[in-house]
Design a protein around this ligand. Structure first.
Ligand code: SF4
Ligand code: MSK
Length: 630
């Protein structure tokens, strides 16, 4: 691959200037802390340090192959891995639960409303909830209550499981991993990993798959569906990405985190005429809201709000000296933002009791008062505009056009436009399937996940994507991977001329799509599961046969491990560019790469060299094509 890649140089040059701003302000960034943390603990990295009881900590070495209780490397790494998965499932699913509560609070006169009534009615029908002649808010509250009851239901299995292919449901049943309920699977995971319980690595991996499935086909899917009902199902729309979306002459507010309940209120308040007038009265040209991390994905997908950047850019946004406020909710928020804000005029406002951070202002968001609280935050940001320090300002120039909003409904809306060329029906993935069968498009890759200082930030995302496009492989992306693509210009429709092979280029032209499709935030990987399932059903095969794979080149969070578990359990091979912390156990490494293949027909392929990783993906897709005889 080309290390002198101009996209990459452009991105890094600006970040380097911001690091200089940090030095000048006496502030530290993650790069400084990463250096101070090096070398990192080898036992932690290999997953073979156990702190589960106070006889420990115990560490596995050739001289001491068992902990004091007798747990071996497989037991310790397996328990750590399951706890990691449970943490991720909890984070996604609690986000989903909060959104259910938000829907329960929705009313015509309240802060939150039903925006996609059709989606609500479809879900009510799926769940046998009466809709005929009923007020839409009564239906919404029944659907919300049913979803909340799913989290801890005492009997049966999760409702969304019935959306999977019949073959998948049978596999999950056969393997004993059909998720019962989110709270049940997390509790089981914590119980199994308590001192003196499961020491069998295979059983721990099996429960990891089940806990992941509780997330992907439960908590995350709830988060996505209910966000769409409340704030609208995304459809293709235009936006821009990178720190250049910050405006020198405007009040800049960054919304950061995951749950759209707070960010939607800030976006709405920033459009209020009186707020814009107030900003002008303070010398600003207006109010500019930009997103960070998955909140950026949420508000860009639905409103075209511009994306400031991804995970490892959160400090950089503040280092511009242009941000009046960073309003955050939950997940992926650096505790470093509190101390960093002491060096700049930025007010960091935390809004959820789930993410309390020293050095920030805490304003607890409530559904009943959310609309007014959104206005209060915007006013606080406007009042802070005059406190900018001209000596600490750097105005970034990098930004790229992007077309985003490719929910499953958004993808089908584009496929409907090309339907006459391929098949004579609407609301189907068949045109895409025909493209894959004919070889015009070789397959698809879902690229997801974070940044991680173990990888040159965004490099693996961008280079892997470029190589896949060159090989006529279409990409769907979520999370911080999606923003890496947007910043590199890969979500610009014009990107097809620069990066795609001839086949994919023709398809992008015909469907008027960019070659990398933005499917949303981390919880929206549930959309990807429905996309893969929809393709498999329309094709008449099961998910593992479809020439589709998943990839997380720069992942870092517990949520990513939960995701990886449900993607694999759904039958999709998952390519990882960062090693899961189990390498201290050969048994665990074998189980997550090969063992799950025997259980669910898919597994991890791990390679920290992104050239080799992308080649393995291309080979994997071609092998699936050969097996299908196409
Ligand atoms: Fe050590 Fe066993 Fe306690 Fe873990 S559970 S800390 S291996 S004694
Ligand atoms: S925000 S989980 S860094 S993708 Fe969802 Fe980005 Fe990963 Fe957080």
């Amino acid at each position: 691959m080309d290390l002198t890649n101009p996209i990459y140089e452009r991105l890094e040059a600006e970040l380097e200037k911001l690091r200089e701003m940090a030095k000048a302000a006496g502030a530290e960034t993650w790069e400084d802390r990463k250096k101070a943390q090096t070398p990192q603990c080898r036992f932690g990295e290999g997953g073979i340090c156990c702190r589960i009881c106070s006889m420990g900590p115990c560490r596995i070495t050739p001289k001491s192959p068992r902990g004091i209780c007798g747990a071996d490397a497989g037991a310790i790494a397996g328990r750590n891995y399951l706890r990691f998965t449970a943490g991720g499932c909890a984070a996604h699913s609690d986000h989903g639960r909060e959104i259910c509560h938000t829907l329960m609070s929705a009313s015509p006169e309240g802060s939150y409303h039903v925006t996609d009534a059709d989606k609500l009615l479809r879900l009510a029908k799926e769940w046998d909830i009466e809709t005929e002649g009923r007020d839409i808010y009564d239906v919404a509250h029944d659907v919300g209550f049913t979803a909340l009851s799913e989290y801890g239901k005492p009997f049966g299995t999760q409702r969304f499981v019935s959306r999977a292919t019949e073959e998948r449901q049978k596999v999950w049943e056969r393997e004993g991993i059909t998720p019962r309920a989110v709270d049940r699977e997390i509790t089981t995971a914590m119980h199994m990993t308590h001192m003196g319980n499961t020491a069998d690595a295979e059983a721990l991996v099996r429960q990891s798959l089940r806990t992941g499935l509780a997330d992907g086909w439960g908590g995350s899917m709830t988060g996505t569906e209910f966000s769409d009902i409340l704030f609208g199902t995304p459809l293709p729309n235009d936006t821009e990405a990178d720190l250049g979306v910050l405006e020198k002459d405007m009040v800049n507010i960054i919304v950061h985190g995951h749950d759209p309940a707070m960010s939607e209120m800030v976006v709405t308040a920033a459009e209020d005429r009186d707020m814009i007038e107030y900003a002008r009265s303070k010398g600003a040209k207006g109010i500019n809201v930009a997103g960070l991390c998955c909140t950026a994905n949420e508000v860009a997908m639905r409103h075209g709000v511009r994306m400031g950047g991804n995970f490892l850019q959160q400090e950089k946004a503040m280092l511009t000296g242009l941000v009046e406020m960073m309003a955050v909710d939950v997940q992926c928020i650096f505790p470093a933002l509190g101390p960093l804000s002491e060096c700049f005029h930025t007010k960091v406002v935390t809004t959820s009791p789930i993410a309390r951070i020293p050095g920030t202002i805490f304003v607890q968001f409530n559904a009943e008062t959310a609309r007014q609280q959104g206005r209060d935050l915007v006013k606080m940001a406007i009042d802070n505009f005059e406190n900018r320090d001209p000596a600490k300002i750097f105005v970034p120039q990098n930004k790229q056009k992007a077309t985003v909003g490719y929910s499953c409904e958004g993808i089908k809306s584009r496929l409907d436009t090309v339907t006459n060329s391929f098949v004579d029906e609407l609301d189907t993935y068949k045109p895409l399937i025909e493209c894959i069968k004919s070889g015009v498009v070789r397959g698809a890759v879902a690229i997801v996940g974070c940044n991680n200082p173990k990888v040159r930030p965004d490099y693996a995302h961008i280079e892997i994507m470029k190589e896949l496009l060159r090989n006529d492989i279409v990409i769907v992306a979520t999370g911080c991977a999606a923003q890496a693509a947007a910043k590199a210009g890969l979500m610009d429709k014009a990107a097809k001329d620069l990066y795609c092979g001839e086949g994919l280029k023709r398809v992008c032209e015909l469907a008027e799509i960019p070659p990398v499709l933005h499917m949303g935030s981390c919880v929206d990987i549930s959309r990807m599961m429905l996309l893969a399932t929809g393709i498999a059903k329309d094709w008449g095969i099961d998910v593992p046969q479809v020439p589709v794979v998943g990839c997380a080149p720069e992942w870092m969070s517990e949520k990513a491990v939960s995701i990886a578990n449900y993607v694999v359990a759904t039958g999709i091979d998952t390519y990882l560019g960062v090693e899961p912390q189990v390498s201290g156990s050969a048994e665990m490494m074998e189980l997550i790469t090969e063992g799950t293949r025997k259980m669910v027909g898919a597994g991890y392929i791990i390679n920290t060299d992104c050239d080799q990783l992308v080649q393995a993906m291309i080979d994997g897709i071609e092998a699936k094509r050969t097996a299908l005889g196409i």
